[in-house]
Unconditional design. Structure first.
Length: 566
């Protein structure tokens, strides 16, 4: 009862709600006036044309039964004028009571009350005693994946949302949300920011600056991670007090470009965990083409361990008899010396370096072009926005202005000679279309793509992309890595880094006996026991009681691990 009264109190305080109630009241008065007029006319017609005398209550009763279409038939007219009057009352009742009244009630009372109810569900302060929580300043594309990672690591969090209705919807979805203005000191005080573990400023650069200054007024200690869109804003955010500034679009472009293999056969480091490096390389053009994993003798010759391969967008563990194809992208784990030996084993490419073709000259495409040119790779770029010409011309070897979906534009850009294509537009539909187009034109092309929405991952892989990465997954991994005190590990879209306690059923067994890779597809990269950690464990490594497994794989494989062993 108290909750209902509080909701109604909040509802009636709203100015728009009061206006809605006023409109609803006016409509109700109008309907009552119509009913009263019909009741008077009922008396007049009955008296002068039908020769019958009825009470005023009977007139009101007859009008309501006819207008509501109940029509009991106990009181009827027998003259034509009376029946015409009955038709008029019936039709107006259908319009006023059966059609307009429900919609008017829903529009001016029920819907606003329901919205007020949703708004009231979202709290305006964190519970007393909340500590070591993460404050996410906006529910953007990064937030959903970040929330899942925080929940998995049992780290409390709160999302800030200024719109009460939106906050109510998020709360109904099970998201911890607080209503408040993001530039208000009171909001961060209600979030107990001084006891927070981290603040993630993920608005526009100007808003992030305001957030940083506001938080620093309350606490000089809490770490602030600020995302930045324009690199010119990095210094401003650092001066404002941000602990870490993440230029994600630049990082995304560089990571996409690092997956391009042109002019060399070098491996590419995708993550680091303590002294362990996680790297990838393409088999195309190397001595490993056509060999089985056992025949490569990779671990014997280099010390590095081949643990998985990328195949059509899926990370899969390898078995000794699996054969490496030209399109295979192996994932290897080892230290710096071991990977250096791997580089020597792969050899160098004797073919002339071919250019990389970038489709899309935004911030991500520009960052990719700069990264490739630093590696000595020639860059051809296609962009249709004429206003970007002056920024792009100094950064590429060949710039073509036009629509990448036009075959003439692609031919002019040199797709026939390109060694790889990078799709860097922010539109997934465009990237899917271009992936299909480029794959049909050149079957052997190395196609690397950006993705915006996770729901499109499978579609882009089916379209022909060999590798893809999203802004959201990059941001999520960078923030979580900072929280956990490790470097980001970006194996690929859909793959992730997990830490899990060794189940009782596996304690005391060897890694080979556990069959974790065979039964779940997860890749064990380290075994932790207290302060000791064994990286790149071999098949004979014992899984200790009370230890933890550090693994790579997908969320689905992690759930499979819980089902199989927990």
């Amino acid at each position: 009862m108290k909750f209902m009264l509080a909701q109604l109190s909040y509802f009636f305080r709203e100015r728009q709600a009061r206006r809605n109630l006023s409109a609803l009241t006016k409509y109700a008065v109008f309907v009552l006036a119509v009913i009263s007029v019909y009741s008077v006319l009922f008396h007049l017609i009955m008296l002068h044309f039908e020769g019958e005398q009825h009470s005023w209550l009977t007139g009101f009763y007859w009008t309501l039964t006819v207008m509501s279409t109940l029509g009991f038939g106990d009181i009827t007219f027998h003259t034509d004028i009376g029946r015409i009057f009955s038709i008029i009352v019936l039709l107006s009742g259908i319009i006023l009571l059966l059609i307009m009244l429900p919609f008017t009630f829903i529009r001016y009372f029920y819907a606003p009350w329901l919205e007020a109810q949703i708004r009231f569900q979202a709290p305006r302060a964190v519970p007393e005693g909340t500590k070591n929580h993460v404050i996410i300043c906006r529910h953007d594309s990064i937030a959903p994946g970040l929330i899942k990672k925080l929940e998995f690591n049992q780290i409390p969090y709160f999302v800030v949302e200024k719109a009460p209705a939106v906050a109510g919807e998020l709360s109904a979805e099970g998201i911890s949300v607080i209503v408040g203005e993001i530039d208000s000191r009171e909001t961060f005080e209600s979030l107990r920011v001084e006891d927070a573990r981290m603040v993630v400023a993920n608005h526009a650069d100007t808003v992030n600056t305001n957030i940083t200054l506001t938080v620093r007024e309350i606490s000089s200690r809490v770490p602030i991670v600020s995302l930045v869109d324009n690199e010119e804003s990095i210094d401003i955010l650092e001066l404002s007090g941000a602990t870490h500034v993440l230029p994600l679009k630049r990082k995304l472009g560089e990571l996409l470009a690092s997956r391009v293999n042109i002019g060399d056969r070098s491996y590419h480091v995708t993550g680091r965990f303590k002294d362990l490096l996680i790297a990838e390389f393409t088999v195309h053009g190397t001595p490993l083409v056509g060999q089985t994993v056992r025949e490569t003798r990779l671990r014997e010759l280099t010390g590095a361990n081949l643990v998985a391969v990328w195949h059509k967008g899926h990370l899969r563990p390898v078995r000794p008899d699996d054969r490496l194809q030209e399109t295979t992208i192996p994932v290897v784990i080892g230290n710096e010396q071991q990977l250096a030996q791997l580089g020597k084993m792969l050899g160098s490419d004797q073919e002339p370096a071919r250019p990389a073709l970038i489709l899309g000259g935004g911030k991500v495409g520009l960052a990719a072009a700069r990264f490739l040119r630093r590696r000595g790779v020639r860059v051809h770029l296609v962009e249709k926005e004429e206003r970007l010409r002056r920024f792009l011309e100094p950064e590429v070897d060949w710039l073509v202005m036009g629509d990448a979906a036009d075959r003439k534009v692609l031919d002019e850009a040199g797709i026939g000679k390109a060694g790889a294509v990078l799709l860097t537009t922010a539109d997934d539909a465009v990237n899917i279309y271009l992936a299909v187009y480029c794959r049909r034109l050149r079957r052997e092309l190395n196609i690397v793509s950006r993705v915006t929405h996770e729901r499109n991952i499978e579609a882009i892989y089916r379209a022909g992309s060999d590798y893809l990465l999203s802004y959201a997954s990059l941001g999520r991994e960078c923030v979580v890595a900072m929280l956990l005190g490790r470097e980001p590990i970006m194996v690929g879209e859909g793959a992730d880094f997990f830490a899990a306690a060794i189940p009782a059923s596996l304690q005391g067994r060897t890694l080979a006996e556990s069959q974790i890779g065979t039964r779940t597809g997860l890749i064990v990269i380290a075994v932790e026991e207290g302060s000791r950690m064994a990286t790149n464990p071999g098949p004979g490594s014992i899984l200790p009681a009370g230890g933890r497994l550090l693994m790579l794989g997908t969320a689905e494989q992690r759930r499979s691990f819980s089902t199989e062993f927990d």
